[in-house]
Write a protein that binds this ligand. Sequence first.
Ligand SMILES: C[S@@+](CC[C@H](N)C(=O)[O-])C[C@H]1O[C@@H](n2cnc3c(N)ncnc32)[C@H](O)[C@@H]1O
Length: 230
Amino acid sequence: MKPELYSRYHEVYDRFSSVKLFPIFITFCQKVHQNASRNTTAITDVGAGTGLFTSLLAGQFSGAKISLIEPSEYMMPYARARLSESKIDFYESSLEQTLMQIQTQDIFIFQRSLYALSGDIGYYKRLANQLSEKISENGLVGIFEIGQLYDIPIMREYFQSNRKVLRLSENEFEKQWLIFEQALKDFNHGAESGDYMLFNKDNLNEIFSHKFSLIDGDNRNIFIYRKKTG
Ligand SMILES: C[S@@+](CC[C@H](N)C(=O)[O-])C[C@H]1O[C@@H](n2cnc3c(N)ncnc32)[C@H](O)[C@@H]1O
C-alpha cells in the first residue's frame, strides 16, 4: 500500500472508474453471484477503495453481511458515504492487519487490489493458504486484475473521447487527467520495479491451485476460484 498515491487520486477516482466506461465491473459482479452459494451470508471486499464494487455486491447479495477492508484514509470516507453503515462492517486497515479479526467468509473479493499487496509470489502463496482457512466449504475468491501495463496514450484517448460520459469540460478533463495519469504511472512503475505483481492465469493458478479450483472467468481480467473440498 502506498498511502500517498491516494492523497490526490481519491479526488478523481470515482469519475475515472465509471461503470459506464467499464461495464466489465458489472460482469464481474454477475459472475461472482452466479457462482455463489444461495446461502451466502458473509462477503469481504479487500482493498475496496471508494466502495464502488462493494455497492454492486450489496445490490446482488441483499441478505449478506459485507466486510469492507480499506487501509487508505483518503479512500475510506467515500466508501462510508456511499454505503449504508448498518449493512457493512468497515475496517480501515490493511488485509494483513484485518484477516485475523474477521470470521469465516463465503466470498473474498479482490477487485484491482491483489496486485498492490506484494511483488513476491511467496507472499501470495501464503495468502492463498490463509484465505483457504478463512473461507467456508465451497467458498469463492473473486479476482479482477488488469494483468498488463497500462498503455497511457491509449487510455488518454479512450477517456478523452468519452469526456461527455464523464461529464467533464475540456478544461476539467485536462486537470483531472493529470491526477489520474499519475496513478497509471504508479501502477506501471510498481509492476516494472517488482513492488506490484501483474497477474495472469498461469501465476494465479500457481498461487491458488493448491487450495482452490479455477471455476469461471474470462482468463484475462476475471478469475473466480472455489475452495477445494476435503
Ligand atoms: C486500485 S484501488 C481498487 C479499489 C476498488 N477495489 C475498486 O476496484 O474500485 C486499490 C486499493 O487497494 C488498497 N490496498 C493497497 N494495499 C492494501 C492492503 N495491504 N490491504 C488492503 N487493501 C490494500 C488501496 O488502498 C486501494 O484503495
